[in-house]
Design a protein around this ligand. Structure first.
Ligand SMILES: C[S@@+](CC[C@H](N)C(=O)[O-])C[C@H]1O[C@@H](n2cnc3c(N)ncnc32)[C@H](O)[C@@H]1O
Length: 261
């Protein structure tokens, strides 16, 4: 149970990667008693609709070059609403603590003495892996998995190439569409085989999900040819081969989840 009182407070809530049914029960409960919901652009509209009927819905999305509100303004808005005694839900795509600035947002709340809680969500890596049929670990070929951001500054100089090129590991890159060619080239340059399987999962868990498969050498060209756009997640490693047997989402014979829906 939450320890938040009836005074103003903020719940930082993970909305999951897209499929509205991946929202947690706890997130649903918090949304149904919200006075205000501040939501991002990757949050499914169906989820925003789950908020309490009278709740104020405020879009604060940050797309690549189009920010509805800056980070400081979002922080200030949460503080202001909570000080008015409101129960605020800050609804973010995936999990709030995974490349989502959730830590920064609650730091700002803590600094102002605002009560808060964090409700985890299904992060894009978990959603994409499940819905693409690519287990992130597998006893035969991947004993570890590393998550990194592909949002490159300084031409990728900040990426830890050594950590990303360890053997028997799956690499998952968030925000890697723009830097795809440089990331794949960098991984090859730092020792990974050009023929290592790699996949881009675009709009994972959404009805329009697409999975583009290739190798480190071929994926950039394939992705360009297919016109892949964010949000997309890059998964690199031997586990990608398993998809040939394990893909189920969108595959008629195996679409159990779709049938149940
Ligand atoms: C700013 S990060 C936020 C990640 C989020 N907090 C999470 O836990 O998934 C945005 C990136 O997450 C990935 N992402 C989020 N939702 C996705 C989806 N439905 N399909 C594929 N990638 C997704 C993409 O790489 C996108 O560029």
């Amino acid at each position: 149970m939450s320890n938040l009182t009836s005074a103003g407070c903020v719940s930082l809530v993970g909305a999951g990667p897209g499929d509205p049914e991946l929202l947690t029960l706890r997130a649903l409960r918090v949304m149904q008693r919200a006075d205000a919901v501040l939501y991002d652009h990757l949050v499914a509209p169906a989820l925003v609709d789950l908020a309490r009927r009278g709740a104020e819905r405020i879009y604060v999305g940050k797309e690549r070059d189009r920010h509805a509100l800056g980070q400081h303004e979002i922080n200030a808005l949460m503080v202001r609403l909570a000080r008015q005694g409101k129960r605020v839900v800050r609804l973010k795509g995936g999990d709030p603590f995974m490349f989502g600035r959730g830590g920064e947002e609650i730091e700002a709340l803590a600094a102002q003495g605002i009560a808060f809680e964090v409700v985890p969500g299904v992060t894009a890596a978990a959603g994409a892996a499940a819905y693409a049929g690519i287990p992130l670990t597998h006893r035969d070929c991947a004993q570890s998995c590393v998550f990194a951001t592909g949002h490159l500054k300084d031409g990728g100089a900040q990426l830890d190439w050594q950590a990303l090129t360890r053997p028997n590991q799956t690499v998952v890159i968030y925000m890697g569409v723009g830097g795809l060619a440089r990331i794949c080239a960098g991984l090859i340059e730092h020792g990974l085989a050009p023929e290592l399987p790699a996949a881009l999962v675009e709009k994972a868990t959404w009805p329009g999900q697409r999975v583009i498969e290739g190798t480190l050498a071929s994926l950039p060209e394939k992705a360009a040819a297919e016109g892949v756009r964010p949000p997309a997640l890059l998964i690199i490693g031997e586990v990608v081969r398993l998809r040939a047997r394990l893909a189920w989402f969108g595959a008629p014979a195996r679409a159990l989840a779709a049938e149940a829906a």
